[in-house]
Design a protein around this ligand. Structure first.
Ligand SMILES: Cc1cc2nc3c(=O)[nH]c(=O)nc-3n(C[C@H](O)[C@H](O)[C@H](O)COP(=O)(O)OP(=O)(O)OC[C@H]3O[C@@H](n4cnc5c(N)ncnc54)[C@H](O)[C@@H]3O)c2cc1C
Length: 346
């Protein structure tokens, strides 16, 4: 049986810094949101691409780690109780005759939203695929880009591809429990934590891991079943056949515009064209903020996304409640805002 349709004032697509701050700006106006992200954690590029790097251009924070910024935003938006849907990609957005929007997601859920704010950044992050012919036919059965249940790989012949933390972590975890284990990386150097690299080298020395410096060249099949992979070895360009029941590929994540490109929005170079008064797209009621939008002079900075979120909140309020009078209030002096923030003195 399908889940009941969930109704919300606003749906925010993307929980990067712009989407998170949108929750705050809407919350100040007393508007509640559901927020979605393909990734399992909030923070967008900050969390996914550079969590430990310091950011120096956030106003009033001379230095702030990227993950720290996300943690601070999560703390700041807490009073507004947004509903988070992480690990859930928004697949379709369709305007209804009544001006509201129907959204469907990768988890088969349906939402009915008064307005939509697309804060999709550079798009959904998707795993980089193994580039060999015929691989698509085995994705999800014998070729994997993430591990859902480690136990299903125990006792099997495994080949892991990659040289970062994920590849090393799963090598340490699965090599001792596999029937045979091969780690393939295009370079001799790994990008993971030094302690993990040392442990993997120990596993190689003890014979639990066969390491090949090279790249996948082709799949080995037997009667429609994947039985291994040919590796082109860097050292001499020779082909090494590796017997394997399961291939695990950890080449990292790459942003792809993904479903946003299918929603009938005017795009310019994979970005949503918006006005600079309301950051509204060509579809009234669909707004776009942060790295995903474009307008004359656009700069893809976190700061820009924050500014856009403030103006969008007023535009969203007007779209959903056209007869409501709008006026600017300050958080320092507005009792209504302080109540919403949970800081009002009795
Ligand atoms: C290495 C590096 C350093 C940087 N340093 C700085 C800096 O010092 N200062 C600065 O201002 N900026 C910096 N930036 C840029 C900054 O990170 C971006 O401007 C910012 O992350 C944009 O925020 P956003 O919320 O618009 O998008 P993102 O952070 O890209 O988040 C968008 C989110 O939307 C999700 N999404 C997309 N499509 C869907 C969908 N269909 N369904 C569900 N979820 C979806 C994605 O999974 C993603 O999590 C840096 C960027 C990089 C890569």
């Amino acid at each position: 049986m399908s889940n009941p349709v969930v109704s919300t004032e606003v749906a925010i697509v993307g929980a990067g810094p712009a989407g998170l701050f949108q929750v705050f700006e809407l919350g100040l106006l007393g508007i509640k949101a559901h927020i979605f992200d393909t990734l399992a954690a909030p923070g967008g590029q900050c969390t996914e691409l550079y969590p430990d790097k310091p950011i120096y251009d956030i106003p009033a924070l001379p230095i702030c780690g990227a993950q720290e910024l996300v943690d601070r935003l999560m703390q700041q938006i807490k009073p507004f109780g947004a509903d988070f849907h992480l690990g859930e990609e928004v697949l379709t957005v369709r305007k209804q005759d009544n001006g509201r929007f129907k959204l469907t997601t990768s988890k088969g859920n349906e939402f009915d939203a008064g307005a939509v704010v697309v804060a999709g950044g550079v798009g959904s992050f998707q795993p980089r695929h193994l580039a060999v012919d015929g691989v698509a036919a085995f994705e999800g059965t014998q070729v994997h880009y993430k591990v859902k249940s480690a136990a299903e790989f125990h006792g099997q012949r495994l080949a892991i591809f990659g040289g970062g933390d994920s590849a090393l972590d799963w090598t340490m975890d699965l090599a001792p429990k596999a029937a045979a284990f091969t780690l393939v990386h295009r370079r001799a150097e790994f990008r993971g934590a030094p302690a993990s690299v040392a442990r993997v080298k120990e596993l190689e020395a003890s014979g639990k891991v066969q390491f090949i410096e090279g790249v996948a060249q082709g799949l080995r099949l037997d009667g429609g079943r994947l039985v291994g992979v040919d590796i082109k070895r860097n050292q001499d360009n020779g082909i090494v056949p590796v017997a394997a029941d399961q291939l695990l590929v950890f080449f990292g994540l790459a942003p792809k515009l993904g479903p946003i490109g299918e929603w009938g929005l005017n795009l310019d170079k994979r970005a949503i064209v918006v006005d600079t008064e309301k950051f509204q797209s060509n579809i009234p009621g669909v707004f776009a903020i942060g790295d995903i939008n474009t307008y004359p002079g656009k700069k893809k900075l976190i700061l820009s996304g924050f500014h856009e979120a403030a103006l969008v909140a007023f535009a969203v309020q007007h779209y959903i409640y056209p007869s409501k009078k709008q006026f600017l209030q300050y958080t320092t002096t507005s009792p209504a805002m302080q109540k919403r923030l949970g800081v009002a003195s009795e």
